[in-house]
Design a protein around this ligand. Structure first.
Ligand SMILES: NC(=O)c1ccc[n+]([C@@H]2O[C@H](COP(=O)([O-])OP(=O)(O)OC[C@H]3O[C@@H](n4cnc5c(N)ncnc54)[C@H](O)[C@@H]3O)[C@@H](O)[C@H]2O)c1
Ligand SMILES: O=C(O)C(=O)C[C@]1(C(=O)O)C=C[C@H](O)C=C1
Length: 368
């Protein structure tokens, strides 16, 4: 599909909407993109950067010519738009969303009788940063992308849509919407609440001059990055998936009770197993979404323990036009000493980076 008359509408052009729109602009430069966002600065940037072609101000009329419409506002605002969109979208339009919770929107779609045009979507990727300025045309590349079709949409439309999402580089997984919400409560929503709670523990204990903030080291920072995520996005996710979230939080409450009891009884065996079992499961979690089903484009480099090594390595790759997707030092059982992990965008870049670095006498490992 390269026609310029293929039109895609967006409601919400923040981190996720902006990233998908930028991805579409990169892969299908001739498509027409129409954007709506409550933030005028976002619309201004999206127009100036050539990501959208025009602005929608009224969703009752302005998406009438769209082939696809993406709902990318906070989850409960997405639901609020459905009634007006029902009036306006054409019969061939596929309506989709990127929301982190699926049941509430599916129930509204059923209530409004819009099941023949709706395919729920949710890219399992993101960041604690919000807004268009943090969006990237490659955000969904190599990421899992949940697809939750309704029971009434045709298989052919689902196939067409999943193909489209895969053209953006994502790895689609079709899932029932209830199952989706149970899974994401565990792997995403409860972790966000617990990260926020950990920050509250420290912030409530901190001194007026912020001594704990100064002293907080890697462990605290690693586990609480996501506590900086958008409050409105997470307020809405929490309420929208409250049943699943509450169930898991109650289990966590019980487990913490056992930990307190083990401390009271100085039960070393319980505590040792508690950490051992958590560590074993954590070590088996793949580093990136692609780990399980597709080769990942990662290389690992031995780095001398001296200042400036990371900068030298990244400069070397940049000078040779190799773009880096992600970079970080990792320590795990595979690389006990710690290595620099560099994630590239594709296989060709990974091979090129390996050669450049080996030519400069770096030790580069490829994943076994
Ligand atoms: N942040 C993540 O990591 C992540 C990952 C996957 C999916 N999601 C989902 O993506 C959606 C958007 O989240 P985000 O992270 O892009 O947030 P964001 O804050 O970066 O973007 C939201 C955008 O929607 C706009 N907006 C807010 N209310 C609006 C309204 N009523 N009408 C029109 N525009 C409105 C905001 O101005 C902003 O540009 C949410 O549904 C969220 O659950 C987020
Ligand atoms: O990496 C992050 O910062 C994220 O929070 C991304 C994350 C997640 O919890 O994994 C956040 C919300 C989602 O809907 C999907 C992905």
């Amino acid at each position: 599909m390269t026609e310029s008359n293929f039109t895609i509408g967006f409601i919400g052009l923040g981190l996720i909407g902006g990233s998908i729109a930028k991805g579409i602009r990169r892969v299908f430069p001739n498509y027409t993109l129409i954007g709506m966002d409550e933030n005028p600065d976002t619309i201004k940037s999206a127009l100036e950067e050539g990501i959208i072609d025009s602005v929608a101000t009224d969703c009752k009329t302005d998406f009438a010519d769209c082939n696809y419409v993406f709902l990318c506002a906070p989850v409960q605002y997405n639901v609020m738009y459905l009634k007006d969109l029902k009036e306006s979208i054409n019969k061939d339009c596929i309506l989709t969303d990127v929301g982190s919770v699926k049941e509430e929107i599916h129930l509204k779609i059923e209530e409004l009788g819009m099941e023949e045009c709706f395919i729920g979507g949710h890219p399992m990727v993101g960041s604690e940063k919000a807004g268009f300025s943090f969006s990237s045309d490659r955000l969904v590349e190599n990421a899992y992308y949940f697809i939750t079709p309704t029971k009434k949409i045709s298989e052919q439309r689902v196939k067409e849509f999943t193909n489209f999402i895969e053209e953006l580089g994502a790895l689609t997984i079709i899932l029932d919407y209830k199952q989706h919400d149970a899974y994401t409560a565990a792997i995403s929503h409860v972790p966000h609440i617990i990260a926020a709670e950990l920050v509250h523990i420290v912030s409530n204990m901190d001194t007026d001059d912020g001594i704990l903030k100064q002293l907080a080291a890697g462990g605290f920072k690693d586990i609480t990055r996501i506590a900086s995520s958008s409050p409105v996005v997470w307020e809405q996710i929490s309420l929208s998936n409250k049943k699943n979230i509450k169930e898991l939080l109650k289990k966590a409450q019980n487990h913490l009770g056992y930990v307190i009891a083990a401390l009271d009884m100085e039960d070393r065996e319980y505590l040792n197993n508690y950490f051992k079992e958590a560590g074993e499961y954590r070590d088996s979690v793949p580093d990136s979404a692609v780990g399980l089903i597709q080769k990942s484009y990662e290389i690992f480099i031995d780095i001398p323990d001296e200042p400036g090594t990371i900068a030298t390595t990244t400069t070397l790759l940049a000078l040779n036009n190799v773009s880096i997707k992600n970079i970080g030092i990792i320590h795990n059982r595979e690389f006990e000493e710690g290595v620099l992990k560099i994630m590239l965008y594709d296989d060709e870049s990974a091979k090129k980076a390996t050669k450049i670095l080996r030519d400069k006498n770096y030790t580069v490992y490829e994943r076994k």
